[in-house]
Ligand binder design. Sequence first.
Ligand code: SF4
Length: 529
Amino acid sequence: MKAMRGSSTPLRFAELNVIRKSWSRVKVRVALCYPNVYRAGMTGLTVQQLYYLFNLHEEVLCERCFLGGGEPRTVESYADLRSFDVLAFTMQYEEDYVNMLRMLMRAGINPLKSERRESDPIVIAGGQAVSANPTLISAFADAVFIGELEPKLPELLDSLMDGRSKAEKLLSLSDIDCVYVEGKDYVKRSTAVNLDDTPHIVAQVTPTDRSEVLDPIFADALYVEVSRSCGRRCRFCLLAWTNGPFRYRSYDRFIELLEEGLKRSSASKVVFIGANVFDVPRLKDMCRDVLNRGLSLSIPSLRPDAVDHELLELIKRGGQRSLALGFESTSYNLRCFLGKSYPDEVIEESFELASKYGIRDIKAYLIVGLPGESPADVEACGDTFRRLASKYNVNVHVSINPLIPKPNTPLQWLPPLKPAQVREIYRAYLKALRHRRVKVDTLKPHRAYVQSMLSLADVTMAPKLLQLAMMDHATWSLMSRELEKVFCNPREENPWDVVDLGFPRDELKRQFKMALEVVGASEQLARWL
Ligand code: SF4
């Protein structure tokens, strides 16, 4: 296959806290590649943290590269990707797989690992999406890193250093227990056991040229990671099942990070990063400390049953004007299916509290298309949000997403919903939710289908993925139709079972059966339509 070369010039701009090293004084040059645009990559901590971790090592240089219109070049030195020893792709979402291949092609590097040469950089993929299912991307990445980089970085760098040939380096990489390469029959997730002992970037990179294209969503913010994973184990949640046990930073460590971070930035806001920050001991003390320093704060999304007077008061004082709540469903039965079984009263209580603290905008996340979901459930959902919007005088922004079964979660055995099914379900919800104070947005049915298929795909889908990456104007519907031609539904045993993420397959199966029993669905699944 002939690799493509792009031509247009990417953006260049100034940043605070950028790290620049001498190319001649290091042993390994890593391009940290985020297969999406700068703004997406720099909103959050993942890119920042990886950049910091690699650059902590004196003998390693790490520069960032984002998806742009033409040939990818790094932000720090404007270098092309072929100049690096290693390309480290961080893949948080399945949709980014296509972008990863496009970045490689635009850099003049063959995306198929089997077609690359000794002189090409070593391509490593990591991140949440590929940690749950590394099989598809293993056709393109020389190695897939499963889990968290911190504990295994020294071992990874050892494999990449010294005067070995590329083949020797790849062999050494494949020996690391958390590295997956095609054909390996067991790989164990890497997990940072104690977050207090885990390095955290404080000198965070922020653009000093302000523009809508560049500014991360939380501009002038200091990001502090207070927790990882979640112990609640909602059955649909990739993060809870594939990201190791719930861990958190202590109050004292939080304060240290806050103080160090503020010295190195002009941040006026602190963003709390973590899937389930509400289970972090002394979270409210952390919030108070931020407020007492005259800073605002943001907790990006909330569990409805975690909302209480004290927390809402702190959030309001911190300048947050809206709440994002993961309700998932207004039906108790369907919530039990999903494994998020808070009582019905919680929904109204969260509206009542929001209204009491002057919050006028609530974003409500819902998952639809569940086995056992009936037209009566849809009607009840519409009644609930219309009634609460009127009663508490709030604007409700309902975000509707179809259930996307994720690998290595208990719902991995569900067949993905077809776009036509999703469209029909949306029609019913849109009708039921019609109200002047209720706004609804939906994930495009074809886009959801692409996500489902890439999430559950294995290496046999690689030629199709490559074909999609080579199309200039691949729309979601085109991609979904193309993928449907080769996709096969999840099986009893799946190719990603080789990844040990801490939960035996029997436990996932047990949870799946419990979920089906809740809604009285057989394993052959009577779907809603
Ligand atoms: S509470 Fe949220 S983060 Fe935790 S498992 Fe459920 S959906 Fe995932």
